[in-house]
Design a protein around this ligand. Structure first.
Ligand SMILES: [Ca+2]
Ligand SMILES: [Ca+2]
Length: 196
């Protein structure tokens, strides 16, 4: 009888560890801190909004000047809003084998094109004003479009791409991100980073 109780207690504690460990792995402190950094893309030259928006580093704005050794963070969001469920957003990007996002680096560092698909985060439901600001505040200006730049809050289904990159030494670097659909490239964005 005693050994049965010990076994049950052991089983229960394993289950509890499992229940605690699963959400921690899915949304752990590293992702939260990355996401909290990402919404500062308008304030920090080493945090770069790729694919859309006007941010330093993008060809429509000009190079991002980043101090020697300062870690970079690249990111953007697939925004489903009220039109897509979380499942549909995940299915369209993370679960679709024909979709990919790749990176090729050229300039003073050459890295061949490779997939960054693992840097997508499972879609989440964003409600402005509810929960951590990085869940819904797109440009770190609080609830709504407080800075009046036309960039409001995220709402409904949102899927994050967040890609941290170590600090670089002096030089010029070109980060080319390419989106694939149906296994074919359909959009590229080249980010220029200059480390003086
Ligand atoms: Ca806002
Ligand atoms: Ca704004």
């Amino acid at each position: 009888m005693k050994s049965v109780k010990v076994f049950l207690a052991l089983l229960l504690s394993l289950l509890l560890i499992g229940l605690v460990a699963i959400p921690a792995a899915a949304g752990g402190p590293n992702l939260a801190s990355l996401n909290a950094r990402m919404i500062q893309w308008q304030e920090r030259d080493n945090v770069i909004h790729i694919i859309v928006q006007e941010d330093d580093g993008r060809s429509i704005v000009g190079p991002a000047y980043v101090p020697d050794g300062k870690p970079l963070l690249f990111g953007f969001e697939w925004f489903g809003g009220d039109d897509f469920t979380l499942e549909e957003l995940n299915a369209a990007y993370i679960d679709d084998p024909g979709h990919d996002i790749t990176l090729e680096i050229s300039g003073d560092l050459v890295v061949p094109e490779h997939s960054l698909k693992s840097f997508y985060q499972e879609a989440h439901e964003a409600t402005p004003g509810r929960g951590a600001p990085w869940l819904w505040d797109h440009d770190h200006d609080g609830l709504g479009d407080r800075d009046g730049d036309g960039i409001g809050d995220l709402y409904g289904s949102v899927l994050f791409f967040r890609y941290p990159y170590p600090g670089l030494s002096a030089g010029t670097y070109y980060f080319t991100f390419t989106l694939y659909d149906g296994f074919a490239p359909f959009y590229s964005d080249t980010i220029t980073v200059i480390v003086p």
